[in-house]
Design a protein around this ligand. Structure first.
Ligand code: AHR
Length: 500
């Protein structure tokens, strides 16, 4: 029996909806085929965006979308992606398969996609190979309402109104694909570039995100914080609003990675153990950020996370297409619980990537579309978006097969929404054992309770032949007790319980 204790009286801060954010890069079949099929496609679309995909993402309440990369961002020249499509420049996508990028999906198309999704915009600018002027003009093109060269150009290209841009990334992975810089060099470049990311719209401030570390590169975090941190004053903002962090889970390491679908129990636990390392990264990078920014005004922006396996046999290795199983569902459930629990510092997170690339929520094949197990976790957890984290703790025990790769059996987080409904999400990391969870909710009488669950065997997945093999079902075996509720969580599952 595991004890879960929830303190509704101890509110620990807002879970920003952006923690449930996503990332879409010009990589493989994410943009083309996955999101955008063009107006003339036989696949149902609105202004070129796939209707089925847009509907599914709206249901999941996608809050924010990052674009155009990734490594692609530091080679992307936005002016190549505006104006009549026939005249747009074609370029080589050097990072991802060396394929031709025809720029038919550019700024206007991305903003149209976000409009249809009803989500916020996170644009990643090009610091690695672009100029300060280019970045500055992109912001002007997007957001300036008055008379200026870029505003006129936007209007000439058919968009009278300026758009809103909520987040702007100044470079991506500049320690690697974004220019191979050292932290001090990047940090000084960042200071210069960000100066020209202007706030043109009255009352609408663009939040600026600096490129943060890869995994455990604490030196990078130190170097960038030291050079770029500046306190906000009443009439003057600091240099940055967020610092990113990238961490992927690959069970067998960067070189081998491992299959997305063909794995045993040992690899299951290894994958989950490596996922849990995210907590160490949040704490240790967070401690460096605390030194400069003890009030936590700068958000940790985990804008690339998720599983990265060996691509599916027979697919282009440069396209990073992988299947998605219950193991991915657990990886998502664990990470999202961790982000919730650290919402004092983690202000946004963007799983990589939205469709057909790495740990996707959606896979497509021609006109067919499937929701992955990861999709169902995001859909169950959506109630945490914008809610308030509650103090909670659970008793755990170690499960696993090998000493080095033992993991706690349970992961949880709890929030309360504006209507006063308490949302509990729990993941059971054990492949074979169910656990009874005796939940105490301090000073609260439970009036009603509902639940939903995603449960299946560890390798279960959805396929185009069997698209509903893994899906959520109602979870109603919940007993009301004197102190709260009691339920048994099955092995290899993720649940959401709502309490009033
Ligand atoms: O998501 C795939 C790639 O991973 C991104 O382009 C890059 O930023 C990271 O290395």
């Amino acid at each position: 029996m595991a004890k879960l204790v929830i303190h509704p009286g101890r509110k620990k801060g807002k879970i920003e909806k952006e923690i449930y954010g996503h990332f879409s890069e010009h990589l493989g079949r994410c943009i083309y085929e996955g999101l955008y099929v063009g107006e003339n496609s036989e696949i149902p679309n609105t202004n070129g965006m796939r209707t089925d995909v847009v509907e599914a993402l709206k249901e999941m309440k996608i809050p924010v979308l990052r674009w155009p990369g990734g490594c692609f961002a530091d080679e992307y020249h936005w002016m190549d992606g505006i104006g009549p499509k026939e005249t747009r420049k074609k370029m080589i996508n050097t990072h991802w398969g060396g394929v031709v990028e025809d720029n038919s999906f550019g700024t206007h198309e991305f903003m149209e996609l976000c409009r249809q999704l009803g989500c916020e915009v996170y644009i990643n600018g090009n610091l690695g190979s672009g100029t300060v002027r280019e970045m500055s003009e992109w912001v002007e093109y997007l957001t300036f309402e008055g008379v200026s060269p870029m505003a006129e150009l936007r209007k000439a290209n058919g968009h009278e109104e300026a758009w809103d841009v909520e987040f702007f990334g100044v470079g991506n992975e500049n320690w690697g694909c974004g220019g191979n810089m050292n932290p001090e060099h990047y940090a000084n470049e960042y200071r210069r570039y960000q100066t020209y990311v202007r706030d043109y719209k009255h009352g609408k401030r663009i939040k600026k995100i600096a490129c943060g570390a890869n995994v455990d590169d604490y030196e990078w975090t130190e170097g960038v914080m030291k050079t770029c941190f500046k306190h906000s004053l009443p009439f003057q903002h600091g240099f940055m609003d967020g610092l990113s962090l990238h961490y992927y889970t690959h069970p067998e390491g960067w070189e081998i990675k491992g299959s997305a679908t063909d794995f045993d129990e040992k690899v299951w636990y290894k994958t989950l153990k490596k996922t849990l390392y995210m907590e160490t990264l949040i704490k240790r990078h967070g401690a460096i950020m605390d030194k400069y920014d003890p009030d936590k005004n700068i958000g940790m922006i985990i804008d690339e996370w998720g599983t990265w396996f060996t691509c599916e046999p027979g697919t282009n290795p440069g396209f990073l297409y992988q299947q998605n199983t219950m193991r991915d569902a657990l990886v998502a459930g664990i990470n999202l619980n961790l982000f919730n629990k650290n919402c004092d510092r983690v202000k946004m997170a963007n799983i990589a990537q939205l469709v057909n690339v790495l740990q996707s929520v959606i896979l497509t094949e021609g006109e067919k579309m499937i929701k992955t197990p990861t999709y169902h976790v995001f859909n169950m957890y959506k109630y945490h978006q914008g809610s308030t984290l509650l103090d909670s703790s659970i008793e755990t025990k170690e499960v696993g097969l090998e000493k080095e790769w033992m993991v706690p059996n349970l992961s949880e987080s709890v929030s309360v929404d504006e209507e006063g409904t308490i949302h509990i999400t729990v993941a059971n990391l054990s492949v074979e054992e169910a656990f009874t969870i005796d939940t105490t909710i301090i000073d609260k009488k439970v009036e009603s309770v509902t639940g939903e669950i995603l449960v299946n065997e560890m390798r279960a997945k959805n396929t185009f032949e069997e698209p509903e093999a893994v899906h959520t079902v109602e979870f109603n075996k919940i007993e009301l007790t004197d102190q709260g509720i009691k339920f048994e969580i099955p092995a290899c599952s993720v649940i959401h319980i709502a309490i009033q």
